[in-house]
Design a protein around this ligand. Structure first.
Ligand code: AQP
Length: 333
């Protein structure tokens, strides 16, 4: 039986290799399986949990749609839409925020990381973000949610919220409890400058990530400058212990070439880092440059991107408005 897939990406600019390998590559695979019903959302309501420039946000929404399509998601097969276009997401988030418990949210590590030391100044939205994420997923009865490893905790919260709603209102299996789809290996791509930090859009240094809009020279330059360590290439997985940068680069190679880490290690065991980096750059150029060129081409056709979103909003709204109507009836409105 096919799966009902829902996942989202924030339109916060600088979509990168981590977003691609951790999420979008998997979206494409799921899109290509004809048995699946897929919904991919540009989560613009999530984006404003931190300050956004309105003009940039509009541009980034289009760029995210372009990235989905350029990576291989077919808008005729899957629904691609932006979250703010479907009112049920905000309505659902409010109702579910009355089901979720403070204690559950207080455990969310992403809030702690993103709010940093000055929690008092973080937006309420940043704190309650996982509840909106739960509404996103539950409105579509999604059975599976493909995400990167960093979203695992939010998905567990979504499952808890669904179960509590069903229990509180005595509606067995009304909100479907979704399963996470997280790749077993290399599900967290790390910064090219610091193997202990995840590759991220908001990191100030552009050298820390491969953007999906980078050209050949930028990719080669970033890999050349990527941090390594003074030791030689590892000969076994054990030799990767305590070497996060080497592990990350080999993980990226393995993921992009669909090889295991062991095979990738064996392949470069007698090389030096600069030979390995040359091969890694070539592989990245091969995979990322066609996507980057397609994104640039699509961005020139704004009316196509806007009409794709509008069509997606219409289709998503049909599903979500039915579910929110039922939710409201159950709650007693
Ligand atoms: N480094 C990563 N490795 C693997 N997967 C990742 N994802 C993000 N970074 C990595 C996955 O990409 C999907 C979309 O993420 P998002 O844009 O919605 O939000 P994010 O996780 O907050 O992305 P960033 O880059 O980390 O943004 P900032 O810098 O703003 O915090 C998700 O499935 C995520 O798991």
């Amino acid at each position: 039986m096919g799966k009902k897939i829902f996942s989202g990406v924030q339109p916060t600019g600088n979509l990168h290799l981590g977003n691609y390998l951790g999420a979008i590559k998997n979206f494409v695979k799921l899109n290509n399986d004809t048995a699946n019903e897929c919904i991919f959302c540009v989560v613009d309501l999530h984006a404003i949990t931190v300050k956004q420039d309105p003009k940039e946000l509009k541009k980034n929404i289009r760029e995210t749609v372009a990235t989905f399509i350029a990576s291989g998601i077919d808008p005729k097969k899957s629904i691609i839409f932006n979250q703010s276009g479907v009112a049920a997401h905000s309505e659902g988030a409010w109702i579910l925020s009355c089901v979720a418990r403070m204690g559950w949210l207080n455990r969310m590590t992403q809030f702690k990381e993103k709010a940093g030391k000055d929690k008092e100044k973080a937006s309420i939205g940043l704190y309650s973000y996982p509840i909106l994420m739960a509404a996103d997923i539950l409105l579509y009865d999604a059975t599976h949610v493909p995400v990167g490893d960093d979203q695992k905790q939010h998905l567990e919260l979504c499952r808890d919220i669904a179960q509590k709603f069903n229990n509180d209102f005595g509606v067995v299996d009304f909100l479907k409890v979704p399963e996470p789809l997280i790749q077993k290996e290399f599900s967290r791509i790390m910064s090219l400058k610091d193997g202990s930090k995840k590759m991220s859009k908001s990191e100030l240094s552009d050298l820390s990530r491969i953007n999906l809009t980078d050209d050949k020279d930028q990719i080669i330059n970033k890999i050349k400058k990527a941090k390594t360590d003074p030791l030689s290439m590892p000969k076994s997985i054990n030799e990767l212990e305590g070497r996060p940068e080497a592990q990350n680069l080999l993980g990226i190679f393995a993921n992009l070439s669909n090889l295991t880490l062991e095979t990738s290690i064996e392949r470069f065991a007698s090389n030096n880092f600069s030979d390995f980096k040359k091969e890694l750059s070539a592989l990245l150029v091969n995979k990322i440059v066609p996507i980057s060129e397609e994104i640039k081409k699509l961005l020139k056709d704004q009316s196509y991107l806007d009409s794709t979103l509008l069509e997606g909003v219409e289709k998503a709204d049909k599903i979500a408005s039915k579910k929110i109507k039922n939710i409201k009836e159950i709650v007693g409105f």
